[in-house]
Design a protein around this ligand. Structure first.
Ligand code: C2E
Ligand code: CA
Ligand code: CA
Length: 649
């Protein structure tokens, strides 16, 4: 029963898988001309031989009409041969083809049956041969449409077997039996082919689906590898590959391009004061503002942290570059709304150009970095274009770095000490140790220069350790009431193990921890607030003091002062320089002095050079001061340790 049902099912049009029907129809359409060709040629061959023995209607008109119908259908198909069937069109097309196959089968069989009656034995054999060969040919053409092929076989072989048997001749009876067996075998082949085709289609589809998944995964990977997930901008990797590609292209072409490095000023404060999620909001907003300014020749990327990059794929004059930089800076300086608050930030840009293809990508990046550095140092919130002056700077920096790396730090580094005085008690309270480097090749190198380069090249660890040991050894000779103030870099407090190492050095020295003050600048603290706090807490726990150096030069926020365990604030000398001419400087100094008093912190005013300044500062409430007025930095053996009472006061 089951097999009968399966045989019956094979005769039905199966539309349960429209996608499969579509593929079957597409394959079938390729064989339609062949089908009509077989029909027309075979029909004409049979008709021609019957012109003499059969009436005209059956030998000429009917086959003629059938052939014309075939040619018309063939032309119709030819016109539509390029149309690709959709899934929706495939099922109706299959049904139409089924009906047409039925009509063709009935039409040609009926005609052949009619013709069979007229001819003598040879002609009759020709008709039988015609039916047998044509049906085999047509079934092969219909291979993709199982139901149609089976119906064709059944109609043609069924009816013609009856016809041959009715003729009563043993030859025809043998032919009929033969046709039945061949028909069954053909039906089996059609069925096998259908199964294989369907299986092939399914595996093709599975392959395509898995290819699509692989493609999607590879697209995702590409996106993750090249796009910054926070801002949606291309990331550092993508930036550098674009830069490299552009550089290669421009080596062989004229024209030029530019790159810019954009660094946000004040971002770390936003992160620290409002939290990391607010920092993310700002970064996203920066990304959106930059993107709004992009054009097809301008490519923005986030290089990491609060650093962004821009590539301009055409040559701009210096004025154009300046103007573009200004526009970018203006956009970045607009206020940012973060969680109901308004944050003020700015962006500094360093530009480097590639007009001739003469420098490598690395050099170009270094140039932009040098221009950015100059901007960060002296022109925050503006764009700086790399120039020859910066070029010298870059060269000098790499020379200093090279020499510092090769230096015998113990032999070449030494210290000078500058007194810190209590003007009310008229006495020296401590000395600030200031690092000095005399390089055999470069001579005396300014401390701010070699310290900055040591910080950038991570040589600072060795520098700090050598200087600290020397400073402690020196301070051990001082009267116990004097403290040693020692400068630390951002990197020195960038991790707890690093800070612990410094405390070990203090422990090994002969100066008690309580007499050691570590000075840390605001910028060092703002680099990584959390790490800085952990390190400073450790230093405090070891019994050392902590001073906030150069207060007022960075993005001073008073919030740092009371969120970090400082003992002392050192007011930067830039305020003191103008204290006798600028009312605002005086007011700032006064408010910081008051703040220190309220918070129970000590306060040192730096850079006091004249009596006038000292007097005003005393009037404003300052008590502890440092500056050329009281003593320039001097070698340890020249310190006025024996006459600590200040004659000058
Ligand atoms: P700083 O920590 O602010 O050090 C004070 C600087 O101001 C010293 O410059 C000192 O000579 C100078 N100074 C002192 N009084 C006056 C004054 O009345 N007028 C003027 N115009 N300047 C005055 P110096 O020695 O050139 O050091 C520059 C900077 O280099 C220091 O600034 C500090 O940031 C850094 N530095 C120096 N030694 C070290 C060190 O051992 N380690 C680290 N990390 N940084 C150091
Ligand atoms: Ca200092
Ligand atoms: Ca200072």
């Amino acid at each position: 029963m089951v097999s009968v049902a399966r045989v019956m099912a094979a005769f039905k049009v199966d539309v349960s898988d429209p996608e499969l029907v579509r593929s079957q129809m597409q394959a079938f359409r390729r064989q339609i001309p062949l089908l009509y060709f077989i029909l027309v040629i075979s029909t004409m061959a049979v008709a021609v031989t019957h012109v003499q023995c059969a009436p005209a209607w059956v030998a000429i008109y009917v086959p003629g009409a059938l052939c014309v119908a075939c040619v018309i259908r063939c032309l119709h198909w030819w016109r539509a041969r390029h149309v690709v069937l959709t899934v929706e069109q495939a099922v109706p097309a299959l049904r139409r083809s089924m009906r047409l196959v039925g009509v063709i089968a009935v039409g040609f069989t009926a005609w052949a049956w009619a013709l069979f009656r007229y001819g003598p034995a040879y002609e009759q054999a020709q008709v039988a041969f015609y039916m047998a060969t044509t049906v085999v040919g047509c079934v092969f053409c219909l291979m993709h449409l199982r139901a149609a092929a089976l119906w064709l076989l059944t109609i043609v072989i069924g009816s013609f077997t009856v016809c041959l048997m009715a003729a009563g001749r043993p030859v025809f009876i043998a032919m009929a039996v033969d046709m039945i067996f061949v028909g069954v075998a053909l039906a089996f082949i059609v069925h096998l082919y259908h199964r294989n085709f369907a299986g092939l289609e399914h595996s093709k589809r599975e392959l395509l689906a898995s290819q699509a998944i692989t493609q999607k995964l590879s697209d995702d990977n590409f996106r993750l590898a090249n796009i910054d997930s926070l801002t949606g901008l291309p990331n550092r990797r993508s930036f550098f590959s674009s830069l490299t590609a552009l550089a290669e292209q421009h080596l062989s072409e004229t024209g030029g391009f530019h790159m810019g490095l954009i660094d946000l000023d004040g971002f770390k404060q936003v992160n620290d004061i409002y939290g990391h999620s607010s920092g993310d909001v700002v970064l996203r907003e920066v990304g959106a503002r930059l993107l709004a300014l992009a054009d097809p020749a301008m490519f923005f990327a986030r290089l990491g942290g609060d650093e962004f990059g821009v590539i301009i794929q055409r040559h701009l004059s210096e004025t154009e570059l300046d103007r573009l930089g200004q526009t970018l800076c203006e956009q970045l300086a607009r206020p940012y709304t973060v969680g109901g608050n308004t944050a003020e930030l700015s962006g500094t840009i360093g530009w480097a150009g590639q007009p001739t293809g003469a420098v490598s990508v690395t050099e170009m990046f270094e140039r932009a970095d040098a221009a950015l550095y100059v901007g960060k140092e002296s022109r925050r919130g503006t764009a700086v274009v790399f120039s020859a002056e910066h070029e010298n700077r870059v060269r000098r920096a790499s020379l200093v770095a090279q020499e510092l790396k090769a230096a015998d730090l113990d032999a070449e580094l030494y210290l000078e000490f500058q007194p810190i005085c209590d003007v009310r008690a008229r006495s020296v309270v401590g000395f600030e140790a200031l690092g000095r480097w005399r390089s055999p090749k470069l001579g005396q190198v300014r401390p701010d220069e070699f310290i900055r380069i040591a910080e950038r090249t991570d040589l600072i660890r060795g520098v700090t350790e050598v200087l600290l040991r020397k400073a402690l050894a020196e301070a051990a000779n001082w009267p116990p009431a004097l403290y040693l103030s020692f400068n630390l870099s951002a990197l020195d407090i960038s991790s707890v193990p690093r800070s612990r190492r410094l405390l070990d050095i203090v422990g090994e020295g002969a100066t008690p921890a309580a007499r050691v003050h570590f000075e840390i600048t605001e910028t060092a603290v703002t680099r990584d607030f959390r790490q800085a706090r952990a390190s400073l807490t450790l230093i405090k726990e070891a019994g050392c003091h902590v001073s906030l150096d150069d207060f007022g030069t960075g993005y001073s926020s008073l919030s740092y002062v009371h969120r970090l365990p400082f003992d002392t604030i050192k007011i930067d000398r830039s305020f003191v320089a103008e204290v006798d001419t600028d009312l605002a400087s005086g007011q700032i100094i006064k408010s910081v002095i008051d703040l220190c008093r309220n918070l129970g912190l000590a306060c040192v005013v730096e850079g006091v050079e004249t009596d006038a300044q000292r007097e005003i500062l005393t009037f404003l409430g300052a008590r502890v001061m440092q500056g050329y007025l009281f003593g320039r930095p001097a070698a340890a053996n020249a310190l006025p340790l024996v006459q600590l009472q200040l004659a000058a006061l």
